[in-house]
Design a binder for this molecule. Structure first.
Ligand SMILES: NC(=O)c1ccc[n+]([C@@H]2O[C@H](COP(=O)([O-])OP(=O)(O)OC[C@H]3O[C@@H](n4cnc5c(N)ncnc54)[C@H](OP(=O)(O)O)[C@@H]3O)[C@@H](O)[C@H]2O)c1
Length: 253
């Protein structure tokens, strides 16, 4: 790997065992960052760490649950303590999350609490932990993965979308608090990206596939990873605070 602009920086990427987080960890490592990768599936993280090392990058795997405050604190502490990755924590990509098929009428209510515990409560705990640290340090980057359904109410995932509305509001509220201290906050809102997300959410042809059938070619996780890398490599005084990345044929949401 070569020094392409993130060299000397240390980035935490949550939800790195799959999909967007996996692609983002690889992309940031390729651009010179040391990456601290997390998720519940430690075997996946270990494989990713090996892949990054084989390409000449540096990665530290810290398995844990993104909805459990003790695990989140352990992740941040481990990132701070990882001397091989360099000093401090410069970048947080808060990506771990899950979807839930269906609207308010027909989504599985037994999952409602879990969706908010991961997508909103756990994520906000991590954002606050990182932001307090970065404010003291007078610099840093926080990237929050929202969703286009966290800006436009979705006809097929209204409940999940509400959690992304919430974390989008948290991200913008945080940006207003921390920007005077040199900390950038960016909300990245993907459209439809093919990953494990659809299976975990419980999407099928009836509750999802038919609605997106005319979107054409859907996104790979790399499209989001490259967007994240782009905004992280802008000059420090430039904060792209919101970005939507959709398949070209996705007119809505
Ligand atoms: N795919 C899309 O169309 C789409 C669109 C808009 C927004 N998003 C958002 O993008 C983010 C990434 O999604 P993706 O498409 O990459 O989905 P994915 O392939 O299912 O990946 C989700 C990642 O989050 C982690 N995760 C989920 N629950 C967790 C928990 N309780 N504790 C720790 N880690 C957890 C998973 O790791 P473990 O299972 O190993 O814990 C996995 O690494 C999510 O926030 C999602 O809401 C996705």
């Amino acid at each position: 790997m070569t020094d392409n602009g993130l060299s000397g920086k240390k980035a935490i990427v949550t939800g790195a065992s799959s999909g967007i987080g996996y692609a983002t960890a690889l992309e940031l490592a390729r651009w010179g960052a040391a990456v601290v990768i997390s998720g519940r599936r430690g075997d996946r993280l270990d494989n990713l760490a090996r892949e990054i090392a084989a390409q000449g990058g540096r990665a530290l795997a810290v398995a844990g649950d993104a909805s459990v405050e003790a695990d989140i604190d352990r992740l941040f502490d481990a990132a701070l303590a990882w001397a091989d990755g360099g000093a401090g924590v410069d970048i947080l990509v808060a990506n771990a999350g899950r979807g839930l098929a269906g609207g308010i009428l027909d989504s599985d209510a037994s999952r409602w609490r879990e969706v908010y515990e991961i997508n909103v409560l756990g994520t906000t705990h991590l954002l606050r932990r990182a932001a307090r640290y970065m404010v003291q340090r007078k610099g840093g980057d926080i990237v929050v993965i929202g969703s286009v359904v966290g800006r436009n109410v979705s006809p097929f995932s209204g409940y999940y979308g509400s959690s992304k509305f919430a974390i989008g509001a948290v991200a913008e509220g945080l940006r207003r608090e921390v920007c005077p201290h040199g900390v950038r906050v960016a909300l990245v809102m993907p459209g439809v990206v093919l990953s494990e997300f659809q299976d975990v959410a419980g999407y099928n042809a009836e509750n999802f596939g038919n609605a997106i059938a005319h979107f054409g070619k859907l996104l790979e996780p790399l499209a989001i990873a490259e967007g994240i890398r782009w905004l992280l490599t802008l000059p420090p005084h430039v904060n792209v605070s919101e970005i939507m990345i959709r398949p070209t044929g996705q007119h809505y949401p």
